[in-house]
Design a binder for this molecule. Sequence first.
Ligand SMILES: Nc1ncnc2c1ncn2[C@@H]1O[C@H](COP(=O)(O)OP(=O)(O)OP(=O)(O)O)[C@@H](O)[C@H]1O
Ligand SMILES: [Mg+2]
Length: 486
Amino acid sequence: MKLYRKEGNILQILSSPNENIEKGDYLLVEDSDANKALIAQVIDVQFASVPGVLEELLRSLPDDGELVQGEDFDPLEIAPHVTYIQDASLLMCRIRATVENGNLSPSSSWLPSRSQSSIKKLPIPKLLELAHVNGRLPIILGETKDSSPLAIDATHLDGRLNIITGKKETGKSHLSKLLMTSLVGYKATVVVFDLNGEYLSLGMTSDGKRNANYDKIHVLTPSQNFQVALKQLNLHVLLGILIHALHLPGTSAREFRRIWQSLREKNMLSLHELGEAIRNWNCNQHVRDALFARYHSLLNSGFFTDNVAEAAALEDSMLKAKEEGGALIVNLRSTSAIDRQIVVEYVLGKLVESLTSMKLKAVFLFAEEAHLYLRETYWDDIVTRMRHFGIFTTFITNQPDTIRENIYRQADNIFLFNFTNEHDLDVVSRAARVDAETVRSIARDLPPQHCLALGKVVKDFPMVVKTKTIDVKTMGETRLFFKDLA
Ligand SMILES: Nc1ncnc2c1ncn2[C@@H]1O[C@H](COP(=O)(O)OP(=O)(O)OP(=O)(O)O)[C@@H](O)[C@H]1O
Ligand SMILES: [Mg+2]
């Protein structure tokens, strides 16, 4: 390989066909005189444009001063070079770092010598070692192209905002399961908003036996094993539900607060009493109607109960998940859109409450297709307020434009699966942690189950990895009519 040009932080490198370099590979451009090296990643492979390259190669041929004239003679031995040139490729490489005395720095301001530099492929294990990607709490994501394992450090997910995105069926939920079960293995508390009921059997192996996580997976199905007793409900959380999930106007919310306080003083907080109190409350008819409508939504959701014993699921599993690590899977599969918002509002309210009172240390939240249940104002909250409380979110979606732009800007880690659609690629390339060319060029060619890991977990060295299999019973499969024939 030979250095051809440098423009900004793009290096153009000439490569012969037998060098077998592909997109995503890392190269080390060593300048022995300067005692430094550049680490560059191939982001595109093009045909070399012949005239420029020819000149370049001719210039570098040995000139032994013995030119002989003759017809059938090829004095400069050009013929092999011509074929070489025809097949030569031009590697567009983005400079990622400079190595000097074994230390990495992001600088790319120096120019390696064209004549003295040697260029070779940088094996991924060597790069991982240089960049200190492996840490004390490794999570093996899978294998890189040269079949070396890629392990990220769980601490690089801690306190972070992550996005898993890609086309349908490329393996996003699979990776999310891999990450969250690994975190549980390190005794973390995880909460999953499971839209399709595909995280429910993570405690089972594929052949239906219990696995090591069996006791740590707590499935909460709203209105079945997951209900809330009014008596245990914090007014603040309930008002959150009324205002944000059920859009109760401010004036009516103030009335509701009074009703609630009066019932609580009389120790009469029950669904029935709440209904009666609204009916008999001395207030404007519009306010009463508004309150009644919301009361019925609460009632119909089946999520609220007067039975305190039945209502302990969330608290119980939180307690268990706190001690030994565990995952609370909020199963939203059969929950209607409006009830989903009620449940999510409740869970988030409860999490914030438990985190402020130090009942929980911190929580890793995995949210599948969050736009289907997350209210408007939560998007900003998640990057600011929620993070401050200790809720570290991973968004998983196949529609990248449903995630707010500021989330891309703030994301610390992005796991990007295949995208071919221009619009989708545009959205993702707004992420601050990576340049648009890398996203566009690499994401387009990713096979299923391969993702481009970007951000802190790979120390900003974008890396393609084939995610490893996990031995759990999967439930996310799409229901098919002709399944038996497939
Ligand atoms: N690394 C892997 N090894 C083995 N099977 C995998 C792997 N990754 C994904 N799969 C399987 O491929 C299928 C699709 O994966 P998954 O459900 O994770 O895709 P998805 O991107 O979440 O799809 P959707 O957009 O429909 O939610 C699943 O049956 C899953 O079990
Ligand atoms: Mg999925």
